[in-house]
Design a protein around this ligand. Structure first.
Ligand SMILES: [Zn+2]
Length: 413
């Protein structure tokens, strides 16, 4: 199983599938289509049915049930793109066998090292097999480790027909890293009652809570007059923006919060005397507190306009996604089976709230409850990304065990 996994993983990371937020095409980059086509060929060669690669670059397939019992169809999902933050071209993975706990030289020429002093998680993996980058690109374990795990687990189920399972639906999506992974996901066609994204980090991660998320732009309109004769006439939009920003709680920002603490994140700021803009991300795990945060922005805008005596401040706010927990808990088996599978595979569960969103955050509200499971990868989105092979193989085991347990215990509805 190890060799099958490694062959897949090393093949997938050779495809450059970096997504691009500035692109308006679907998928955002052509490289994703190339990987999708290669994966389609692989799914067909594996003998899966309902292999469909649609025009938007979404790939799906099914491993049909091998039992006549009533078993819910479940899905496993991973994304094909890599983060825009770092290059994903010409990835040259290095395999470190029997890691000795010392700094790993990623690139001797450029003197780039992966040090346990900086990345303390490395200390947990002495004696294990690691896959690193060569210091010039990301690795792409996020999320090609997920794709490799799902297909290796499917192959394992095919080779072990004594393990009974229901329909296993497989979905590979484009553009997750730029927040569009669920945009064109056809939930009814996918055919699963629930699913798992295999897109987490260290061994044991099991996540069913994400942020509730909104994006807000506050636009300030001033009145520009020559500064020499401005008294009593100029309204400087930048000062309006400054006043507004000062009204928000100073400690509720990403750099001062953790765990379940929400925030307002100022991520953009631009302006001149005439027009200024502030861009915020609003985040909170708790739905009521999330709504209060949005309400605060609305009230601040209203009170500034009232103070100014005219409509000079405008708010443009959209919800992005919600905490999947709300939807996932409605089908208790989804998490019960995942927890049991981890336990049966001797993996200690690490359940913590995600301080962000996943494809699953949106899919859960599209009728497909979708928590997230580890891949064994670390330090995503940059040159220090690495994969622990032993953990990755655990994720393969967990996927197969979820399939088995669903057939054993999941009979309902
Ligand atoms: Zn990912």
């Amino acid at each position: 199983m190890k060799q099958a996994y490694l062959d897949r993983f090393l093949r997938y990371v050779s495809f450059d599938t970096r997504s691009d937020i500035a692109s308006e095409t679907v998928p955002s980059t052509g490289g994703q289509k190339v990987l999708a086509a290669a994966l389609r060929d692989e799914l067909e060669a594996m003998g899966l049915d309902k292999v469909v690669l649609d025009d938007n670059g979404y790939l799906s397939a099914r491993l049909p049930a091998n039992t006549d019992a009533e078993v819910p169809a479940i899905g496993f999902i991973a994304h094909m793109d890599t983060a825009p933050d770092a290059s994903g071209a010409n990835v040259k993975p290095q395999i470190i066998e029997n890691f000795d706990g010392q700094a790993i030289t990623l690139n001797a020429e450029q003197d780039i090292k992966l040090c346990p002093q900086e990345f303390v998680s490395l200390k947990n993996y002495i004696g294990k097999t690691l896959i690193t980058t060569d210091g010039t690109t990301l690795l792409g374990a996020d999320n090609k480790a997920g794709i490799a795990a799902i297909l290796t687990a499917v192959e394992y189920l095919q080779q072990n027909p004594d393990i009974k399972h229901g329909d296993i639906c497989i979905g590979f999506t484009p553009d997750e890293e730029i927040g569009r992974g669920a945009d064109h996901f056809d939930v009814p066609a996918f055919g699963a009652q629930w699913a798992y994204t295999i897109d987490g980090g260290e061994e044991g991660e099991l996540e069913c809570e994400s942020f509730n998320a909104a994006r807000a732009e506050v636009i300030f309109r001033g009145r520009n007059v020559h500064p020499g004769t401005a008294k009593g006439m100029m309204i400087n939009s930048m000062h309006l923006a400054r006043q507004f920003a000062n009204e928000l709680p100073a400690d509720e920002v990403p750099e001062k919060t953790a765990g379940y603490e929400g925030f307002f994140h100022l991520y953009g700021m631009s302006g001149d005397e005439t027009t200024s803009r502030l861009n915020y991300l609003v985040r909170d795990h708790d739905r009521a507190r999330f709504e209060e945060r949005k309400e605060l922005l609305i009230k601040l805008v209203a009170s500034m306009n009232e103070m100014l005596g005219e409509e000079r401040v405008e708010l443009d706010m959209v919800d992005q996604y919600y905490n999947m927990h709300e939807e996932v808990v409605k089908v208790p088996q989804v998490m019960d089976i995942a927890r049991q599978a981890l336990h049966n595979c001797d993996v200690k569960a690490i359940e913590k709230p995600i301080r962000g969103g996943t494809d699953g955050s949106r899919l859960s509200f599209m009728g497909l409850p979708t928590p997230n499971i580890f891949t064994g990868g670390h330090n995503f989105h940059g040159i220090y990304e690495y994969l622990v092979v032993e953990s990755a193989l655990k994720s393969v085991e967990v996927i197969a065990e979820i399939a088995r347990l669903t057939a054993e215990t999941g009979n309902s509805k």
